[in-house]
Design a protein around this ligand. Structure first.
Ligand SMILES: [Zn+2]
Length: 143
C-alpha cells in the first residue's frame, strides 16, 4: 500500500530532464523546495519591481526572467555540463581537476561537454534568462 519514498525523499534532487534521481553534488538537479524558493524569490523581485517602478510589464519580465534563469541553469547543466568520475574513489566530479587533496585519481568523462563547467553553465543561463526577461517585458508592454 502506498508508494515508497515520499516525505523523506522530497528534497532529493531529480534531473530536470526525465525526472530521474540525480546523484548528490551533480549539477542539473532540481528539488521541490529549491524550485519553490527560486520561484518565490523571482515573485518577490517582481513585486519589488512593480512597487518601485510601477510597471507591470517590467515586473512580468523580472518574474519570467527569474524563473527561467533557475530552470535554464538546471536544464543546461543537465544537458551539457561536463561530468567526470574518479577512477580511484568513484566520486562524481564536476571539474577535470584533482577533486580532493587526498585523492588525485584519474578522471573519466561520463557525459556532457568537457569544455563546459559550472561557471560556463551559470554564464550561459544568465545571458539566456536576461534575453527571456527582455523579451517577456517587451511582449507584456506591447500587449
Ligand atoms: Zn578520487
Amino acid at each position: 500500500m502506498g508508494h515508497r519514498g515520499g516525505a523523506g525523499q522530497r528534497a532529493h534532487p531529480v534531473s530536470i530532464i526525465g525526472w530521474r534521481p540525480v546523484e548528490a553534488g551533480r549539477s542539473g538537479g532540481v528539488t521541490l523546495p529549491g524550485t519553490a524558493a527560486g520561484t518565490a524569490g523571482a515573485a518577490l523581485m517582481a513585486a519589488l519591481t512593480w512597487g518601485m517602478l510601477g510597471s507591470p510589464a517590467l515586473a512580468w519580465g523580472a518574474l519570467v526572467g527569474g524563473v527561467s534563469g533557475m530552470l535554464l541553469d538546471s536544464l543546461i547543466g543537465a544537458a551539457w555540463q561536463g561530468r567526470w568520475r574518479c577512477h580511484r574513489c568513484g566520486r562524481a566530479v564536476e571539474r577535470p581537476r584533482p577533486h580532493l587533496q587526498t585523492c588525485a585519481g584519474p578522471l573519466r568523462l561520463e557525459g556532457g561537454r568537457p569544455w563546459l563547467d559550472n561557471d560556463g553553465v551559470n554564464a550561459l543561463s544568465s545571458v539566456a534568462a536576461g534575453l527571456v526577461a527582455v523579451a517577456a517585458t517587451l511582449l507584456a508592454g506591447a500587449a
